[in-house]
Write a protein that binds this ligand. Structure first.
Ligand SMILES: Nc1ncnc2c1ncn2[C@@H]1O[C@H](Cn2cc(CNC(=O)c3cc([N+](=O)[O-])cc(O)c3O)nn2)[C@@H](O)[C@H]1O
Ligand SMILES: [Mg+2]
Length: 217
């Protein structure tokens, strides 16, 4: 059997060929160029990525949680905007993807701002507090399995990892769509939600990001 490379491996190759070590913007540009002109992949992309950037700059978070690392594209986007002392904890349960993401993050020179945890969100969230000494997250970026958005949000609430002022930013609320999550954050009196209309990465299809601020109990 031919050992074809995986898509994440081809994305890493594009980074190693086109991007400059220690230059996060060149890593982002290399992935976007590859995914727009060679092979689509489920990175948040450049259009929704600039909305992500603006929310990160607005929140200026000290601790960020990312659910669903994939190749590390949005991890790099977030980490490159963080001041010294701030960090992003990113969860990825697929070991092959995690291995690629570690190399992409290393290439960007941001490994000191990133903690990549291999494991399923449902298993890892409960021990976040004691393991990382995290009080609460300032920003949570949801980009993993769409049916996990709602249960993981409730789990984060139960674990006290979401507190007054925590901002949730969810990718793909239209495509592939997260209807139960949207209904929850939009109807709950404890969240103030806003929809940023955009497009599915590298396509003309509609998609968007939902930003939800926790108002406290
Ligand atoms: N409970 C989980 N805990 C930790 N990692 C997880 C979990 N579920 C999925 N992942 C990981 O997220 C990564 C990326 N991923 C994200 C999704 C869900 N996202 C999408 O399916 C998606 C799909 C499209 N799309 O189909 O157009 C566009 C997007 O922007 C998307 O995020 N599935 N895998 C994968 O490496 C997977 O191992
Ligand atoms: Mg996504």
């Amino acid at each position: 059997t031919l050992t074809r490379t995986s898509r994440p491996q081809r994305i890493l190759k594009a980074v190693q060929r086109k991007a400059t070590v220690g230059d996060p913007q060149s890593v982002i540009t290399a992935i976007d160029h590859f995914c727009r002109h060679r092979e689509w992949a489920m990175n948040v992309g450049d259009e929704k990525g600039s909305i992500l950037d603006s929310v990160v700059n607005e929140v200026s978070p000290v601790t960020v949680l990312e659910l669903g690392t994939y190749c590390g594209y949005s991890t790099v986007r977030i980490a490159r905007l963080l001041p010294p002392g701030a960090c992003v904890i990113t969860l990825e349960f697929n070991p092959d993807y995690a291995a690629i993401a570690r190399q992409v993050i290393k290439w960007s020179g941001l490994e000191d701002k990133v903690q990549l945890v291999e494991g399923a969100s449902g298993d890892c969230i409960p021990w976040m507090k004691e393991h990382f000494g995290v009080q609460a997250f300032d920003l949570v970026f949801l980009d993993h399995w769409k049916e996990r958005y709602l249960p993981d949000t409730k789990l984060l609430e139960e674990c006290g990892l979401i507190q007054k002022g925590t901002v949730l930013l969810a990718d793909n609320v239209i495509c592939p769509g997260t209807p139960d999550y949207l209904e929850y954050v939009r109807n709950s009196p404890r969240y103030n939600s806003h929809y940023y209309r955009s497009h599915l990465e590298y396509t003309k299809a509609e998609d968007g990001l939902e930003k939800s601020v926790f108002l406290g109990y």
